[in-house]
Write a protein that binds this ligand. Structure first.
Ligand SMILES: [Zn+2]
Ligand SMILES: [Zn+2]
Length: 73
């Protein structure tokens, strides 16, 4: 048994909703480049395995980094 990211594997049915305008945000890719030892996400990653994605809003251009929880397979 392992884990996988539903977004990386195209299994996420709906993206997160934009906090500014309420439109569905689109996955703009992984943000592993931003991960570093001083990232706030670094400390939580081993407690709740997650995959960090950048989502952007097609309507207002807002972007947001979201830690997607991995699911068991
Ligand atoms: Zn992912
Ligand atoms: Zn928006």
């Amino acid at each position: 048994m392992g884990t996988m990211c539903p977004v990386c594997n195209g299994l996420m049915e709906q993206g997160p909703l934009c906090s500014s305008c309420g439109a569905e945000m689109q996955d703009a890719g992984l943000v592993t480049d931003y991960l570093g030892p001083y990232s706030p996400y670094f400390h939580t990653s081993f407690e709740a395995p997650c995959c960090l994605h950048l989502f952007t809003c097609p309507r207002c251009g807002e972007d947001k980094r979201i830690a997607v929880k991995l699911i068991n397979i």
